[in-house]
Design a binder for this molecule. Sequence first.
Ligand code: SAH
Length: 460
Amino acid sequence: MDAPVKKNDIVEVEFVDLSHEGAGVARVEGYTLFVPYGIPGEKAKVKVLKTKKGFGFGKLLEVLDESEHRITPPCPIYDKCGGCQLQHLTYERQLVYKRKLVQDVLERIGHLKDVTVHPTLGMDDPWRYRNKAQVPIGEREGGLIAGFYQKGSHEIIDMDECLIQEEANDTVVQQVKKIALKYGIRAYDERSHRGTLRHVVAKYGRQTKDVMVVLVTKQKDLPNRKNIIKEISETVPGVKSIVQNINPKRTNVIFGNETRVLWGTPYIYDTIGDVKFAISARSFYQVNPEQTKVLYDKALAYAGLNGEETVIDAYCGIGTISLFLAQMAKKVYGVEIVPEAIEDAKRNAELNEMTNVDFEVGEAEKVIPAWYDKGIKADVMVVDPPRKGCDEALLQTIIDMKPKRVVYVSCNPATLARDLKVLEEGGFMTKEVQPVDMFPHTTHCEAVAKIVLNSNDAEI
Ligand code: SAH
């Protein structure tokens, strides 16, 4: 419909919903306006910023009738940063919002009306949960700054602490900033492609308290290298590993291809439950290990293993779920597209002395049908795809293979709903869905679904 409002109009609205990006949704004569920081139930004065055919965007000028769920965001730079979207909402309400998000798409996209969606499992203390910081470095007035790119731009805003980040990671960034300045290290400048230090990456093992410091530089040569290493190793508590990654390219991608250990070990370690993981500078590891345990426990419960099953873990990454499941299964096969992740997965299997797991590099939608042709058939299939969801060919293989149960771990409720519909049409039934809050204060929503084969409903 044509917009009943135009740019720069100031209108009074009432918010009726939250969008999947966390913005307040208002209707003006049936026309939808998305307004960041609006909360359902609130009346507000809004300035129209942009109008399109079916919907537009506005800016919150003044809340006229405040929601009981509104709080003052604890972070002083919340509105500039863009890393969090929901800090103005009580945590309790954020969990309600994420459950509703899942319910809505299951109904709208999946046409699944009667599926139980449990209340979101949240954190007791939803702050300081991230175990990895990736911070761009810049310069201002002769000093070094480290922080984040301002929302919608590439201007770096200096920041000393991030409230969703482990304090150990904040300490790394503050120390590196000081030490690099002392030894005259210049920040890399995107525009001129000059300077040295591009990013500081800090990783932290929540259980082990190990710290890794990664300096991403444009060139291999790091002036005053010895002194810098010495000071980092002496002043960063818990540091076990200092690594340099070299990225000579003009690119937004953080890491380059070359990595070298400057001091200490090439890995740090962490554990999830009883499983130990080695974390290297570039390997993927879940950023909220506390909630990862909650998620995996749920996945394990949904898998319903008794030690006799063959399990396939599609999109296995570094084998986190595979190894978790291998504790309870006869055999686990993991498949993942990134070769380095599979190397990590194999190493992690060795580290835990697990011999009942096999990992293969490749596309899940090609490797799993090939396994099926060779006679490998899963009793339980676990999938944890990226945001775009499962490939159709993989869903078809699952339908043909008929595992007793499918456990679907999803970071995007919309594609989860789409894929559940396909599985339902192929003879499966979605039993229940559990949202787990892996990323408090952001709109990211993780959920795990239990799906069973219709014919053996009785024995579940
Ligand atoms: N299960 C892992 C990682 C999940 S993230 C964990 O919990 O840590 C999704 C993973 O799917 C990524 O590691 C990505 O590299 C991989 N991936 C993306 N497309 C794929 C495909 N077509 N086949 C196999 N793996 C794929």
